[in-house]
Write a protein that binds this ligand. Structure first.
Ligand SMILES: [Zn+2]
Length: 479
């Protein structure tokens, strides 16, 4: 196997100020002027997966490997695809154990293979972190692996690199984490009670108690009953339990719910049928089709509750989770084995939209992993229904090319103002400024092209740039 960068000479790491802007001088100059208006705006992060324990305890991150490698499935899926076993990196297994791995050895495995990430968003984000957060000025490769490990791990032991200090340095105005209804939100309570001014809120993600095909559904349902004191084995009690937990989450700052469903099916069953379906689900005697209908019914029920409590609904469909069975059996969820599938919205959303599509107080933010739906389905839907907004290019499409395709294919029908700005959607805390910077640059580059082609005046483009970077996410998520 040939390993890149195996020489003793180091190569400089440069973040070019023109990155992601067009090479055309007219467009580039406009993009720079637009970017100057948004580069320093505070970060609004309305959807993501950082761990609230970091901000509650404010303990130092342990070392470079634990911070940048182990939690980032974008990174280890690429390494895995090139023959690096997850055990060689010390990724935690499903049963809570971990292979005994020297974190420095794991870091070297990564560094020797950093060339695998060339041209990917992961390399842009990581290089941004290396350069801006840690002040590193040579490229990561086999030769610089140890210097990187020592610099990063050393920095992490200092107060300036504790979670709260980084939160402030990153100029984060607000960040949302994502929790299951079963989470007691003790970390959020600790943050609130600590007197620290950082705004860390939660979001209600009820999938574990809504998806009957989730491997832990029966025990999750049981616990849902225990923490709410409701009889969750009856339809009415189950719905009351959701209302109760949503109210608790809202009291802890939540402004949104989030739903990760395999598809976008919604249903609006008569109450007798809903009860009957729920009985089958509770007994564990249901077909895959009934499971899908139940999840779809629950989306409509969640929409009904949103109308009452004002939580903004987010729907993230279209991912085949845990595609690699052997890897799932050993390592569990979120290990980089999730694969996008084709997704249909127009028919699937109709039952929910028939009931709530024209409600002025209802808001549903749609995401997709199926880019073929941007211009055919999502743009036209969001460009019509008052309740619908489009979330940004998501996950596999959260990349310069993916963001560009999103704008190109939704602009003509949905405009800019039926979109919600950027979500970093990440558990990789240090990459948050990098990700927002990429989104801001791409939006500025996209707007610069419109200005250069005289489809927009520059003052309008500047306003849109600020709206996308700051105002729209705050407005869409009621922050
Ligand atoms: Zn997410």
């Amino acid at each position: 196997m040939s390993l890149a960068g195996n020489s003793s000479q180091s190569t400089p790491l440069v973040l070019d100020e023109n990155r992601l802007f067009a090479s055309d001088p007219t467009q580039r100059a406009i993009a720079h002027r637009l970017y100057a208006q948004v580069a320093q705006l505070p970060i609004v992060s309305p959807h993501g997966h950082t761990d609230p324990a970091w901000f509650a305890g404010n303990a130092p991150f342990v070392n470079a490997t634990e911070l940048l490698l182990v939690p980032d499935h974008y990174v280890f899926r690429m390494l895995y695809s090139q023959g690096v076993p997850l055990d060689a990196l010390g990724i935690p297994r499903r049963d809570g154990t971990r292979a005994k791995v020297d974190p420095r050895a794991a870091w070297r495995l990564f560094a020797e293979r950093f060339h695998l990430f060339r041209g990917t968003p992961s390399s842009m984000w990581l290089n941004h972190v290396f350069h801006e957060v840690f002040g590193l000025r040579q490229r990561l490769d086999a030769g610089s692996a140890d210097a990187y490990y020592d610099t990063i791990t050393g920095a992490l032991q200092t107060d300036a690199f504790r979670p709260r200090a980084l939160f402030e340095r990153f100029n984060i105005e607000v960040i949302a984490t994502t929790e299951s209804p079963l989470d007691p939100l003790t970390h959020h309570a600790a943050i609130r009670d600590s007197g620290w001014s950082g705004r860390v809120i939660t979001a209600y993600r009820p999938d574990p108690v809504i998806d009957p095909e989730h491997e832990q559904f029966p025990s999750a349902l049981q616990y849902f009953g225990e923490i709410t004191g409701e009889d969750v084995h009856t339809w009415e009690g189950y719905l009351r339990a959701h209302r109760q937990r949503r109210a608790f989450f809202a009291s802890m700052g939540a402004t949104s719910t989030d739903h990760g469903h395999p598809d976008c099916t919604t249903a609006d069953l008569p109450i007798d049928e809903a009860r009957k379906l729920f009985d089958a689900i509770v007994r564990g005697q249901f077909t895959p089709a009934q499971a899908a209908t139940f999840r779809g019914q629950m989306l409509t029920e969640m929409a009904a509750m949103s109308l009452d409590d004002g939580l903004v609904m987010q729907l993230h469909p279209g991912c085949f989770r845990n595609h690699n069975q052997g890897l799932f059996d050993k390592f569990g969820r979120d290990k980089g084995a999730d694969i996008p599938v084709r997704t249909e919205y127009v028919h699937a959303l109709k039952p929910l939209l028939d009931r709530f599509g024209n409600e002025p107080n209802f808001r549903l933010i749609l995401f997709t992993l199926d880019e073929s739906t941007y211009s055919r389905e999502l743009g036209p839907l969001a460009g019509h229904y008052p309740c619908l907004l489009l979330g940004p290019a998501w996950w596999f499409h959260d990349a310069p090319e993916g963001m560009w395709r999103f704008r190109e294919q939704t602009l003509s029908t949905a405009g800019f103002y039926n979109t919600v700005g950027f979500n970093d959607d990440t558990r990789a805390f240090l990459s948050i400024p990098a990700r927002h910077d990429v989104a801001r640059r791409i939006d500025c580059a996209f707007l610069a092209k419109l200005v250069a082609e005289h489809r927009l005046d520059e003052d309008e483009a500047a306003e849109v740039a600020v709206d996308l970077a700051y105002r729209l996410p705050k407005q869409a998520y009621k922050l």
